[in-house]
Design a protein around this ligand. Structure first.
Ligand code: FAD
Length: 467
């Protein structure tokens, strides 16, 4: 009797605890990926990028004598049908921690157990389970630094090597054809423009980690905030689909740290923010929809509007803000410093609700991560735990002076500001939908809300709230 391996956001052979547990049963293994309603609810770019991850993983599995069965529909009936077709002994999977996935998995587990089938879930997506780290009072953490101190000292088992072969079932059930799912259909931007910026699959993710540690980690503290530098690991793209496991990253970087590389320590601390975000999200599953601190519910943020639309289009007339939004549109990612600046401009200068920005990121980012995105937005808006104080309003000009002193990042992305714009700045105009009616020959817009004016309005609104 085979065992079904239900892959979701753990599309790798390396350091995959559920795979290890499955191998230990000695059974033939049947890897499956299900396009269920929870997955179909993804924004356009993450859904499209998920398809790339699934394709690469299917090839990886073929390389170890296995394969990946693709099925579509609500998970439980799909799994039950597969069990009926193959006589499988049950299902094993790697945990996810957002509300809808948890509800789905709880129901699947209960239904399978009731029938006496194997139904097992394993860790693997985070360094530590969200409930494993607690304050001395046994409560979840709300502040990062003490969380980091606790996490840093927690023992972490070594990473597991990828198996060389997987025992295959004697017959394979039929599989959907990945192309027939047409996961790129909702993309508003030309997928062909975004594709060259993706680094897909576990082999490339592991290489990316190795290159980063060899070439960049030592300079990480000095370089990570510089907008025009490629000074960070860019592993968020791979982490979100589980093309690499955080534990593999942790041990590799910790080795460098133990050899005396202080850059590696700073990188590890950053990696722990991801665990912190999931810790918060697990304990507050509404974090992507509701103010983490309820007292913000009365704050007069505006909803969607023409101002928000100019922000989405990267046409606010504030060069650094537009550069960040255009970078995201073309590449599916955005420098962390720019994420903070564009989020601050939307929630403070434009006094627009953080959910408007969160939704746009969820549609555009190929490294979209439900917890990191929600924590990031609430941190900048001021409504989150451990958030920036309300008077912390990023000044895009000051940020550009500090982190893009020669304006290389701005010029890379904003064609209208260069006499001879480069390929990346021009790519933005190939990527945008026709309905936006944009061309690089149009004059660069005047600020939709000036920096001084916006700052004053925001301070007045935020100050009144705090009075
Ligand atoms: P590195 O600097 O190389 O860091 C290594 C890893 O540590 C990252 O891959 C990431 O997993 C983690 N990490 C680093 N910084 C943060 C952080 N501030 N919060 C949480 N984890 C962090 N990150 C996402 O992965 N997906 C998102 O959807 C997302 N949305 C964001 C929205 C806003 C408004 C803000 C301010 C931040 C958001 N972030 C998000 C966090 C951060 O911008 C990215 O994780 C980072 O830019 C990824 O680049 P990197 O992999 O090169 O990071």
């Amino acid at each position: 009797e085979p065992l079904i391996l239900w892959f979701r956001r753990d599309l790798r052979l390396d350091d995959n605890p559920m795979l290890q547990a499955a191998l230990e049963t000695g059974r033939p293994l049947l890897p499956v990926f299900i396009l269920d309603p929870e997955t179909e609810a993804l924004g356009a770019a993450p859904l499209w990028r998920m398809g790339l991850a699934v394709g690469a993983f299917a090839e990886r599995l073929a390389g170890v004598g296995s394969g990946l069965i693709l099925r579509r529909g609500p998970a439980l009936p799909v799994l039950e049908r597969l069990i009926a077709e193959t006589g499988a002994a049950g299902v094993i999977w790697g945990r996810q921690y957002d509300g809808p996935s948890q509800a789905r998995d709880t129901a699947v587990k209960a239904a399978l157990k009731e029938r006496g089938l194997i139904a097992q879930s394993h860790a693997g997506h985070l360094l530590h389970e969200p409930w494993a780290i607690k304050t001395l009072q046994g409560q979840p953490f709300k502040v990062f630094t003490p969380f980091w101190k606790a996490l840093r000292n927690l023992p972490l088992p070594p990473a597991l090597a990828a198996p060389k072969t997987l025992p295959a079932p004697t017959t394979w059930p039929v599989s959907d054809d990945l192309a027939s799912w047409n996961l790129g259909a909702p993309m508003r931007r030309g997928a062909a423009v975004v594709l060259p910026h993706q680094t897909v699959g576990e082999i490339k993710a592991l290489q990316r980690l190795a290159d980063f540690l060899d070439d960049k980690v030592s300079a990480y503290p000095a370089q990570r905030d510089l907008l025009a530098q490629n000074g960070t690991s860019r592993l968020s793209e791979n982490l979100t689909y589980g093309e690499i496991g955080p534990r593999r990253i942790w041990h590799a970087a910790a080795l460098r740290r133990d050899q005396g590389d202080a850059g590696a320590e700073s990188f590890l601390r950053q990696l722990a923010w991801r665990d912190f975000a999931w810790h918060l999200f697990y304990h507050s599953p509404q974090m992507d929809r509701q103010n983490w601190r309820g007292e913000w519910d009365a704050f007069p943020w505006a909803g969607d509007s023409a101002l928000a639309e100019s922000w989405r289009q990267g046409r606010t007339g504030i060069p650094l803000v537009d550069a960040g939004l255009r970078e995201m549109f073309v590449t599916g990612t955005m420098h962390n410093r720019a994420r903070m600046v564009v989020a601050s401009y939307l929630t403070k200068h434009l006094l627009t609700h953080w959910k408007v920005g969160l939704d746009w990121f969820a549609d555009c980012l190929t490294d979209w991560d439900a917890a990191n995105n929600a924590m990031g937005w609430q941190w900048v808006a001021g409504s989150g735990p451990d958030a920036a104080p309300y008077f912390r309003i990023f000044n895009p000009e000051g940020q550009a002076d500090r982190f893009d002193p020669d304006r290389a990042y701005i010029h890379r992305w904003v064609a209208e500001l260069s006499r001879e714009p480069g390929a990346e700045a021009r790519a933005y105009f190939d990527a945008v939908p026709k309905s936006w009616n944009l061309s690089p020959d149009q004059p660069y817009p005047k600020p939709v809300v000036g920096l001084a004016e916006g700052r004053e309005k925001a301070l007045a609104a935020y100050g009144a709230r705090n009075a």
